[in-house]
Design a protein around this ligand. Structure first.
Ligand SMILES: NC(=O)c1ccc[n+]([C@@H]2O[C@H](COP(=O)([O-])OP(=O)(O)OC[C@H]3O[C@@H](n4cnc5c(N)ncnc54)[C@H](OP(=O)(O)O)[C@@H]3O)[C@@H](O)[C@H]2O)c1
Length: 179
């Protein structure tokens, strides 16, 4: 069975990606988020609360602790993270299996986003109005034609950011890509 097919079978009710990216598509720099924007994390906290968040080992180590009121599954082949609301999986497919049945939010980094885009129902992309020099982690390229884009509010004082939601179109191509 292909990994894509396996993940489709293991998908919970809904699979979403959640990310903030700069105008030049940067999501990380030197192991950190390249910005601190007061209030920007609220959407992440609201959406993921009560659900399951899947993230790569480096992203988890940057946060440094499990997030309250939600299940965190860290993908790592080298380390084990366990505790209240905290599990480890060796692959995205295994993480989806652990999460089976619940709504899943993929929270980065690069390779989890890349693997999850083909199975994502929704992508919450916050467009941060900055150009980041020397970024070292980028959001993967994807085919915008596969999604309907809704542009939401622009917020922020010193740094402006715009909420967007990419919702997968129900088309024959999308359905066959996901099989
Ligand atoms: N702007 C945003 O919204 C956002 C969101 C998330 C992260 N970030 C930024 O992105 C950077 C971290 O992202 P990253 O891409 O460097 O690292 P990452 O994906 O967080 O972590 C990479 C590690 O996770 C494990 N992993 C990830 N994908 C895997 C897969 N498909 N299969 C098996 N293992 C997998 C591996 O762990 P092992 O080495 O232990 O095997 C890998 O070395 C940081 O700068 C962070 O601040 C930004």
């Amino acid at each position: 069975m292909s990994v894509k097919k396996e993940m489709k079978d293991l998908r919970g009710n809904m699979t979403a990606l959640i990310v903030a990216r700069s105008r030049n598509n940067v999501i990380g720099k030197c192991g950190k988020m390249p910005w601190r924007i007061h209030g920007e994390q609220k959407q992440f906290m609201d959406l993921t609360s009560g659900n399951t968040v899947i993230m790569g080992r480096r992203t988890y180590e940057e946060i440094g602790h499990p997030l309250p009121d939600r299940e965190t599954i860290v993908v790592s082949g080298t380390k084990q993270f366990r505790g209240e609301g905290l599990r480890t999986a060796v692959s995205l497919a295994e993480a989806m299996e652990i999460a089976n049945g619940s709504d899943v939010y993929i929270a980065g980094g690069y390779s989890l986003y890349k693997e999850a885009i083909p199975v994502a129902d929704l992508m919450y992309i916050t467009e941060v109005d900055l150009v980041i020099e020397d970024g070292d982690v980028f959001f993967p390229q994807f085919d915008e034609e596969d999604f309907e884009k809704e542009t939401g509010e622009t917020l922020g004082e010193e740094i402006r950011y715009t909420r967007t939601v990419y919702r997968r179109k129900v088309t024959e191509k999308n359905e066959s890509d996901r099989k």
